[in-house]
Every structure is written in structure tokens, then in C-alpha cells.
Design a protein. Structure first.
Length: 161
């Protein structure tokens, strides 16, 4: 297993992984229309390039000779805390400890940068919130976020580092 820091040369890989992972992850949680929209909005190659240029750090997980997932994090506006913006693994590899490895790596990196907390948003209907809970994250806030023509029904979770 290898975790690498992604750069602009990896946006195509991340975009393809997102397309492969989002459908099985979200098809029972949000509408197909919203999945298509959000993939285009957040995971097109151009959108990923823009995120990287704005300071979002992406990590790619290579396992069994192929890229199998990714994560992304960024500094919060307060300059102290960080937000886990993305954590995705191919469904066939979920439950094997790889997500834990990725989140532990993000926690390690942001702690070195001086973060007190790592925050994340997770859809309230996504069972991933149970994974985050096991990893020591607590629900900090329940929020409904207008996002273009959609509403994101999220938990904001955080972990003190």
C-alpha cells in the first residue's frame, strides 16, 4: 500500500475514481440528478485543478498495483483547524482498514501543521458517519445546506487532535 500526495497530473485519476465510487455510494441516498450535478461540479478535471490551486491537498491510495481511493483536506478560515473534504474508496475495498489508514494519514499531516481539530461533513443518511464515529469523530452540528437546487442534509463532525 502506498499513499501519495496528488498533484495536477493526477486530476484525471481522481475524477475517474470519483465517478466509479459515487454511484454505488450515493445512489440510495441522493437523486441521480444530484449525483450527476455534483460529480460535474466537484470532480471534473477542471474543478479538481481549481481545488488544488486553491490549496486543497489530495492524497491518493495505491493498493494492489492500482489507485483505489483518495482523500482531500484543506485549512479552515480560522487558520488553525482543517477540514477533511473527501474520503472515498472503491466499494470492494471498504471495511478492510484502508479508509482508516487514509484518515489517520490526514490527521497526522494536519496535526504536524498545528491543527487542533479536523472537521468533516457527512450526509446524515450515509452510513459512513458510523465509521467516523468509530474513528473518534463526534457530531458537532446538524445542518441543511442549500447547494444550487439541492439541499445537503449533513452532520458536521469533528475530532480533537
Amino acid at each position: 500500500m502506498e499513499i501519495i500526495e496528488a498533484n495536477l497530473s493526477h486530476v484525471k485519476i481522481i475524477s475517474e475514481l470519483a465517478g466509479e465510487i459515487w454511484w454505488p455510494t450515493y445512489h440510495s441516498i441522493i437523486s441521480d440528478e444530484q449525483i450527476v450535478f455534483m460529480l460535474a461540479q466537484m470532480y471534473s478535471e477542471k474543478a479538481l485543478e481549481n481545488q488544488m490551486k486553491e490549496g486543497v491537498k489530495f492524497l491518493l491510495l495505491k493498493f494492489e498495483f492500482a489507485y483505489q481511493g483518495f482523500t482531500a483536506y484543506a485549512q479552515q478560515e480560522n487558520g488553525k483547524d482543517y477540514k477533511l473534504q473527501k474520503l472515498y474508496l472503491k466499494p470492494s475495498l471498504q471495511g478492510k482498514g484502508l479508509g482508516k489508514t487514509l484518515i489517520n494519514e490526514v490527521e497526522r499531516r494536519v496535526k504536524v501543521l498545528g491543527a487542533d481539530y479536523l472537521y468533516l461533513n457527512v450526509n446524515r443518511n450515509n452510513t459512513a458517519h458510523q465509521f467516523y464515529n468509530k474513528m473518534g469523530y463526534e457530531v458537532f452540528e446538524e445542518i441543511d445546506i442549500p447547494y444550487y437546487g439541492f439541499i445537503l442534509n449533513d452532520f458536521i463532525m469533528r475530532k480533537h487532535l
